[in-house]
Design a protein around this ligand. Structure first.
Ligand SMILES: NC(=O)c1ccc[n+]([C@@H]2O[C@H](COP(=O)([O-])OP(=O)(O)OC[C@H]3O[C@@H](n4cnc5c(N)ncnc54)[C@H](O)[C@@H]3O)[C@@H](O)[C@H]2O)c1
Ligand SMILES: O=C(O)C[C@H](O)C(=O)O
Length: 358
């Protein structure tokens, strides 16, 4: 039996682990809790993934789902607020990935060093009545800073950019990487997966099918009319009335607004985006692993149209985007939609490029 003094010492030690001083996880990479975390055995072999903006409405459920992904061996959670709590919580899940938290700009480089995949949902979200472009002034600077860190610390990482307006933040990231001399267009992908997820769901509802059986290519960009579902190319092959086409196109294009308008006055976690982001990140990781036939839609550097960036179906591989598929045959409704999409996209891309070049 242990004497009273021993027991008190053990309790004190355990209590120090469970209740580290508030700044310990934040600023001391050498705290005992931190070291214990670093020593944990991950589900290796696997990939190292960082989430920037990990304590946010998307970041938290995204972190949880990435912690559950067997392809991930190390998960770095970075944010400018609240990462210690999120990290402590997620790290208790008994899955393979080892979780480490990083708080604030002076820990950005540690968060990024050695990463294979960096997912960026950092930045402000829309409020009702706003467009995604209204977020530009704040999010452009955030994305620029984070991408400067990537260029310095993990220039070969695949980057999944979620922060809005995606139509401008992807060109911003490209310009930052060009400036740093690290730009590889195959490794920079704007995440438009949520548009595909919504399209599959809404089309399945109309067709009376299971959404998992439905595949809708969504091309263009990620805002309003730039979101262009190609309903003539839905799998399984099917046809829609003009009324159905207009309803589905409008619902898919306004899916984000539908959610934002319902959630006003409340901070919320956008589960569908976390789901879509993980679905997309998982596809990128399977590509990195060398799996064959991994094809998803993404907003990438592209020659599919005359625009420098465009979302379309891409094949993912060991280097990121390995092949970009052409749009395929469009019907008249889609050709009109494509012209509208390109007009708006051109302005959004230019805005992003000149933000960095100015
Ligand atoms: N691409 C898409 O399909 C899609 C879907 C949904 C949301 N979004 C966008 O994702 C972004 C995040 O949305 P949310 O709902 O999670 O917002 P949120 O406000 O809940 O979370 C954003 C997080 O980013 C963090 N952050 C702010 N500045 C940062 C910085 N400089 N470095 C690191 N982290 C920083 C905040 O602290 C916060 O935790 C928004 O721009 C939103 O519009 C994109
Ligand atoms: O609509 C938004 O502002 C968030 C996101 O881009 C979405 O499509 O849900």
């Amino acid at each position: 039996m242990q004497d009273g003094a021993d027991i008190h010492q053990r309790i004190a030690r355990i209590s120090a682990h469970l209740n580290p001083p508030a700044n310990r996880l934040q600023v001391e990479g050498s705290s005992s809790l931190w070291r214990a975390d670093c020593r944990a055995k991950g589900g290796s072999p696997g990939f190292k993934v960082a989430i920037l903006g990990a304590a946010g409405g998307i970041g938290q459920p995204l972190a949880m789902l990435m912690k559950m992904n067997p392809l991930v061996s190390v998960l770095h959670l970075y944010d400018v607020a609240n990462t210690p709590g999120v990290t402590a919580d997620i790290s208790h899940m008994d899955t393979g990935a080892v979780v480490r938290g990083f708080l604030g700009q002076n820990q950005l480089e540690d968060a990024l060093t050695g990463m294979d995949l960096v997912i960026i949902p950092a930045g402000v979200p829309r409020k009702p009545g706003m467009t995604r472009d209204d977020l530009f002034n704040i999010n452009a600077g955030i994305v620029r800073t984070l991408c400067e860190g990537i260029a310095k610390c993990c220039p070969k990482a695949i980057v999944n950019l979620i922060s809005n307006p995606v139509n401008s933040t992807v060109p911003i990231a490209a310009e930052v990487f060009k400036k740093a001399g690290t730009y590889d267009p195959r490794r920079l992908l704007g995440v438009t997966m949520l548009d595909v997820v919504r399209a599959n769901t809404f089309v399945a509802e109309v067709l009376g099918l299971d959404p998992r059986e439905v595949d809708v290519p969504v091309v263009g960009g990620h805002a309003g009319v730039t979101i262009l579902p190609l309903l003539s190319q839905v799998k399984p092959a099917c046809s829609f009335t003009q009324e159905e086409t207009e309803y589905l196109t409008s619902r898919i294009q306004n899916g984000g607004t539908e959610v934002v308008e319902q959630m006003f006055k409340k901070e919320f976690q956008q589960m569908s985006q976390a789901y879509a982001a993980v679905k997309f990140a998982d596809a990128c990781l399977r590509g990195l692993r060398g799996d064959a036939g991994v094809v998803e839609c993404a907003f990438v550097s592209s020659q599919v149209t005359e625009l420098p960036f465009f979302a379309s179906r891409v094949r993912l591989g060991r280097h990121g985007v390995e092949e970009i598929y052409p749009l395929g045959p469009l019907n008249e409704y889609e050709r009109v939609g494509l012209e509208k999409a390109k007009k708006e996209l051109a302005g959004s891309i230019e805005k992003g490029v000149s933000f960095v070049r100015k």
